[in-house]
Write a protein that binds this ligand. Structure first.
Ligand code: ADP
Length: 350
C-alpha cells in the first residue's frame, strides 16, 4: 500500500491507497506550528489533540494513527518542480536538492514538502519515496505561453509562468481516458481557482503564472492584477504585508466579505452578488484566452469544491460563454491524492 502525503506549513493530509488505487484510510493533522505546540489529529471518526511542535513530530503522529496498514512506499505532493522536475519521479538526493533549489519559486510551499520528505526518510528509511509536482502537467506549455516579456537575465532566474493545479488536471485526463475531448477547457474552482487548456491530453495554457496568484478571482487571492498596482501596494504596505494582502485578504473575501462561495451564493447582499459576478465574469474572460491557446474548444469540464457543487456558478460562467454554442459540460471529482498514488504506481511504487 502507498501512503500519500500532502504536507503544508500548518497541516499534513495523509491517505493510504491500495494497488487498485482505492482509498483505504486517511488522517489529517491541522494546527501544526501553533504557538502552544499542540495540533489536532483526525483519523476516521476520531479527533485528538497531540503535541506536535514540528513536521517531524507531525509525521510521527500520522504514522502512529495509520500503523495498522502495511505501507510499502510513500508519495508526496510537491507544489513546485521548477523547470527541472517536469514529471513525477522517485525521490533521491538529486531530487531533494532540486526541490530545495526551487524554494525561492515557492517559499511557502516547498519547505514544508521537504520537511515531510526528510521526516519520512528519518522515521521509515526502509520506504521508497516518490514525488508529484503541481507544476509538472503544464511543462508542455509552449515557450510563447510561459515567457514573460522581461529582460533575459530575469528570465534566466526562472521568472516565467509555470501554472498550478496540475495534479487535478492530470487526474481529469485519466478520468476521461479514451473519451478525452481533443480540446478540453478544464476549470478547477475551489478556494484556489484556475483553468487549463487541455489540448490532446496535454496542457497548452494555464491561467496561473509565476505563482498561484494569477488568473481567476479566488477565495482569498486577487487573481490577475497589474504589476504596477502590486508595486503600489508594496510601496504603501511593505513587501510582506503586500504579499499577505494579495494572497490572504483579496479575492471573494475582499469583495464579498467571505471566501466561502456557498455563503456568498446564499447571501442577498449586493457585495456578495458582486463577488459572485466578479468570479464568474473573470472565469469566463480567462476561458476565452485558454480557448485561443487551443484554437477552439470541444468540451468544458468543472472540478473542485465550487466546480463540483455549485450548478448556479457553472451556469453563470456558461452564460458568459453562450456564444460558443452548445458544448458538452462535464463535472469531474477532483482526485489529487489518488493521482499522486497513480503517479507513484507508474514509477514502480506498488
Ligand atoms: P480547496 O481549494 O481549499 O481544496 P475546495 O475545492 O474544497 O477548496 O472548495 C472550497 C469552495 O467550494 C468553498 O468556497 C466552498 O464554499 C465551495 N463549495 C462547496 N460546496 C458548495 C456548494 N454546494 N455551493 C457553492 N459552493 C460550494
Amino acid at each position: 500500500m502507498i501512503l500519500v502525503l500532502n504536507t503544508g506549513s500548518s497541516s499534513i493530509k495523509a491517505a493510504i491507497f491500495d494497488s487498485t488505487l482505492s482509498e483505504i484510510a486517511t488522517a489529517t493533522l491541522t494546527g501544526l506550528g501553533d504557538t502552544d505546540g499542540m495540533a489536532t489529529l483526525k483519523s476516521g471518526a476520531t479527533s485528538t489533540q497531540i503535541a506536535a511542535p514540528d513536521h517531524a513530530a507531525g509525521i510521527t503522529a500520522i504514522l502512529n494513527a495509520l500503523q495498522g496498514h502495511d505501507v510499502t512506499s510513500v508519495a508526496h505532493r510537491v507544489v513546485h518542480g521548477g523547470t527541472a522536475l517536469t514529471a513525477p519521479c522517485k525521490i533521491d538526493a538529486q531530487v531533494i536538492a532540486t526541490i530545495e533549489a526551487n524554494v525561492p519559486l515557492a517559499p511557502l510551499h516547498n519547505p514544508p514538502a521537504l520537511a515531510g520528505i526528510r521526516a519520512m526518510a528519518n522515521a521509515r528509511p526502509d520506504l521508497p519515496q516518490y514525488a508529484s509536482f503541481d507544476t509538472a502537467f503544464h511543462a508542455t506549455n509552449p515557450d510563447v505561453a510561459t515567457a514573460y516579456a522581461i529582460p533575459q537575465n530575469l528570465r534566466d532566474l526562472g521568472i516565467r509562468r509555470y501554472g498550478f493545479h496540475g495534479l487535478s488536471y492530470a487526474s481529469m485526463v485519466d478520468h476521461f481516458g479514451a473519451d478525452l475531448p481533443a480540446r478540453l477547457l478544464a476549470l478547477h474552482l475551489g478556494n484556489g481557482a484556475s483553468l487549463c487548456a487541455i489540448h490532446n491530453g496535454t496542457s497548452a495554457a494555464s491561467s496561473m503564472g509565476y505563482s498561484p496568484l494569477d488568473g481567476l478571482t479566488m477565495g482569498t487571492r486577487s487573481g490577475a492584477i497589474d504589476g504596477m498596482a502590486v508595486l503600489r501596494i508594496a510601496e504603501d504596505h511593505g513587501l510582506a504585508e503586500a504579499n499577505r494582502i494579495l494572497n490572504k485578504e483579496s479575492g471573494l473575501k475582499a469583495l464579498g466579505g467571505t471566501n466561502d462561495m456557498r455563503s456568498l451564493t446564499a447571501s442577498d447582499t449586493p457585495q456578495a452578488a458582486f463577488a459572485v459576478d466578479h468570479f464568474c465574469y473573470w472565469a469566463a474572460r480567462h476561458a476565452g484566452s485558454a480557448i485561443v491557446a487551443m484554437g477552439g474548444v470541444d468540451a468544458i469540464a468543472f472540478t473542485g469544491g465550487i466546480g463540483e457543487n455549485a450548478p448556479d456558478i457553472r451556469a453563470k460562467i456558461m452564460g458568459h460563454l453562450s456564444f460558443l454554442g452548445d458544448l458538452p459540460i462535464h463535472v469531474v471529482e477532483a482526485q489529487e491524492e489518488r493521482q499522486i498514488a497513480r503517479d507513484a504506481q507508474r514509477n514502480g511504487a506498488i
